[in-house]
Design a protein around this ligand. Structure first.
Ligand code: AMP
Length: 284
């Protein structure tokens, strides 16, 4: 089947109704485009679950702060269409801003506790923007599943909570982080890095790996692991936005790591590009 471009909400609705009548199920992959192997892993997981896979491409202005990189965010729609076709995406939705936020738009979704720590500290309106657009996409597509990457771990937790709290009926599926050979988490923003910055950026992965190893060797104090990581990042020339070890369920900081379910999350600036990464501490 070839790629179907869905443009208007009414078109989506009629396709969704027809699909339900045929007893076929939909998995949705929301993205901001500039697709890479990380996104394609989400598509593959979606294909394994559902008869029909929809992918959305929308650089959502609501989730960018005024000083952030909305205008600089990489865009390559033609290439993305080609990648979607090759990956077996069935429906593609790449709306203009006015379609999702027409004049008079005034309704937002905000999550509480999960949106406060980590990225929420330096990007105060970010998760309101994420939750609002994802809620709209869920309402438009009524998918059975939606695939989200662990790369954006806080986002994954928050969207899962939103779907549960608002009874949206969408099972939110988390997909492991896809990395380059040298460990750097794939990200659309990686194209913004110079060759030297690209090299520097691998420190993010290395500090996570190192913390996991130290945890595996028996270090249980988060403050020790975090201080070592900060030192490494400083030496690599990365300006840390935050680095924390948190409980995966609540995203609240852990000081003494007793049980499973601890994860280190980091955000840092490599040059002017902000990158994030994270890793569960068990499994060393
Ligand atoms: P984005 O286009 O950056 O908004 O990402 C769209 C979806 O792809 C989100 O659910 C991300 O978590 C996921 N994603 C992005 N990069 C990766 C990666 N390297 N591995 C796994 N999932 C990813």
């Amino acid at each position: 089947m070839s790629l179907l471009f869905l443009r208007r909400a009414a078109d989506i609705r009629s396709q969704v109704v027809a699909l339900a009548a045929q007893g076929r199920r939909l998995a949705l992959v929301p993205t901001m485009g500039c697709l890479h192997e990380g996104h394609l892993a989400l598509v593959e997981a979606a294909r394994a679950k559902a008869e029909v896979v929809a992918l959305s491409i929308f650089v959502n202005p609501l989730q960018f702060g005024p000083q952030e990189d909305f205008s600089r965010y990489p865009r390559q729609l033609e290439e993305d269409f080609r990648l979607c076709e090759k990956a077996g995406v069935d429906w593609l939705y790449a709306p203009e801003e006015e379609q999702l936020y027409p004049p008079g738009f005034q309704t937002y979704v905000s999550c509480e506790a999960l949106s406060q720590p980590l990225c929420g500290q330096s990007r105060p309106m970010h998760f309101r923007g994420v939750a609002t657009v994802v809620c709209k996409l869920f309402a438009l597509f009524r998918p059975c599943w939606a695939m989200f990457g662990e790369k954006d771990f806080q986002q994954l937790c928050l969207v899962r909570a939103m779907s549960r709290d608002l009874d949206l009926g969408v099972e939110v599926v988390g997909i492991p982080i896809v990395r380059a050979e040298d460990g750097l988490a794939l990200s659309s923003r990686n194209v913004l890095l110079s060759a030297a910055e690209r090299e520097q950026a691998t420190a993010l992965f290395r500090v996570l790996l190192c913390a996991r190893q130290r945890y595996g060797e028996g270090e249980r104090l988060a403050s020790v692991l975090l201080e070592e990581a900060r030192q490494h990042l400083f030496q690599a020339g990365i300006r840390v936005d935050y680095i924390d070890i948190v409980d995966e369920a609540t995203l609240q900081p852990i000081e003494y790591i007793e049980a499973q379910g601890a994860r280190m999350l980091v955000a840092g600036f490599v040059g002017s590009t902000r990158l994030i990464d994270n890793m569960a501490l068990e499994g060393a």
